[in-house]
Design a protein around this ligand. Sequence first.
Ligand code: T4K
Length: 379
Amino acid sequence: MPAANELEEIYVTRPDLPDLEDFIPYLQEIWDSKILTNGGPFHHKFEQKLCEYLGVEFIALFTNATIGLVTALQALRISGEVITTPYSFVATAHSLLWNGIKPVFVDIDPATLNMDPARIEAAITPQTTAIMPVHCYGHPCDVDRIRAIADTYGLKVIYDAAHAFGVQCHCGSVLNHGDLSVLSFHATKVFTTFEGGAVVCPDEKTRQRINYLKNFGFADEVTVVAPGINGKMSEFNAALGLLQLKGVDRAFAQRRAIDERYRAGLAGVRGIRCVPMAGETLSNYAYFPILVQPDYPLTRDSLYHKFRDNGIFVRRYFYPLISEFPMYRGLASASQANLPVATKLAQQVLCLPIYPGLRNDQVDRILDLLSGNLAWSAK
Ligand code: T4K
């Protein structure tokens, strides 16, 4: 048996990049024009093509999703309390704190791991102004129920759609739900521009306001309408995004094949549960989370360490829960008693590697280790 350091390392994800020579002409254009940022030609073209690809009408590009979330909340003048999920990347709740908003955590649905709509109403107070759900792992939230609650109570809905690039549900792009949706194009996402993000808007007026906010609040050369931030996407990232759009369907197909191989291979493995789809008509296969049940021979954490010792860098997205970090754990809604499902599932989850370029033999090695057909090598 080879030592772990002799084994090929496998990461939870790897960015899907175009051939470098295909990007050179784009770079040449930037070098020739000397337009590097502030809404140049690539920025404009990428926004247009992205709208067409995603099936949305209005998009504002951003430097990353976190600044996109912070700005989305500013644009809608959200304040007071916002209902959100503890089961996400920490940026979701951080965007609230950066706006002086109090996050109110509600528990998740054990089937989808998304915010449980049945828990939302009980968390609404006179201070509540919005709901910020996350399409976790790219699986759509129950958008119709969330809309109905928001309409009844006069709340805004801002979706953290960092995982939901390209996902379609019963009525087209999932990004058309809510008042705003925020995408991430980070290196670890299904569609990457190195760093990057976007806010999907319902109309041109809102997009315009968001564009002011992401450019220090400038409406024209001498008019500043808000204390905006610098959230603009550069021409480099926009040019890369434009090129990346050409490969995205191929990337989804490759991810889908891996997803199917995992699901088939894990079907008979006792103690491992796969997270099912959540009603999407088109998935992006962004993550492959499994839940390690008590009847599996190893605990989730020993499995995590065994994988790492064998050169396979699985991740525990999303553990710890956001509500357990020091800046949140003092909140009444952060108590484990309020979040029993999220608390339990965060202890069980493990995200397996999935990305275009992950080979069948690598997937099979992971499956063999999980099912006990291959012995773990000791470190
Ligand atoms: N909302 C949600 C729900 C999110 O998941 C995120 C981000 C955001 C908001 C905020 O979006 P951005 O502001 O980032 O646009 C990663 C990412 O940094 C983060 O973007 C992402 N969510 C989160 C789920 O995961 P880490 O700390 O786990 O990443 P890291 O650096 O450990 O990378 C994981 C693996 O990916 C590495 O082992 C190898 C591979 N990798 C990573 C990078 C950065 C590469 O192969 N190349 C790379 O350049 O946070």
